[in-house]
Design a protein. Structure first.
Length: 193
């Protein structure tokens, strides 16, 4: 007979996410994870698989709470307001990140994706999701006349994605509001928002 789990899976997944986000994949050991999660290594393996599988689950958990939730919150705003609010949330999160952890997605893109095709695909999928959000809102803003039309929506979306990724990296070393807001305001000005 299989024993029932004696832990809350979502809670321990959140703890694993925090561990990986704080230390990265390479320097976080299975022992560190099990200790922080308050479970045995055997329970960790039985529930989540190996460290790599746990990282993938933790990253998906992070994504659901991060950009995906942020995009869902701004979807009902006007196109320009949605883009502005999206970036305001990024700036606020970056300033509040006293540990300078940055973005777990960007960290994964830098640490793991270059060496792991599955993570490279996952990171690319998420960047495409964010770029699609920008593109659809830019297109709507161009239709309403709120966003310039002499540059394609695709090009402006790529610029916004690049600004976002730059912000996430910049915030790890210069998380000052003036620096981050300055970068966002320059990007929005290019779009004539």
């Amino acid at each position: 007979m299989v024993r029932p789990r004696e832990f809350d899976e979502e809670n321990v997944l959140d703890i694993a996410m925090q561990c990986f986000w704080d230390r990265g994949f390479g320097t976080t050991s299975v022992r560190d994870l099990a200790d922080q999660m308050g479970i045995t290594q055997t329970s960790l393996y039985n529930t989540f698989g190996d460290k790599r599988a746990l990282y993938a689950r933790a990253l998906e958990y992070y994504l659901a709470q991060g950009n995906r939730a942020r995009i869902k919150r701004v979807e009902e705003l006007t196109p320009t307001e949605a883009i502005e609010e999206f970036f305001k949330g990024i700036v606020e999160d970056s300033i509040a990140d006293k540990a300078l952890r940055g973005c777990m997605l960007v960290n994964t893109g830098l640490e793991i994706a270059p060496h792991d095709p599955e993570f490279r695909k996952l990171v690319a999928r998420e960047f495409t999701f964010i770029e699609d959000f920008f593109r659809s809102h830019v297109e709507a803003g161009q239709t309403s006349g709120a966003i310039r039309q002499d540059v394609s929506a695709g090009q402006l979306a790529k610029m916004l994605l690049s600004v976002l990724l730059g912000l996430r990296v910049l915030a790890r070393s210069r998380p000052q509001r003036a620096v981050l807001d300055g970068a966002v305001q320059a990007a929005l000005a290019v779009m004539h928002i």
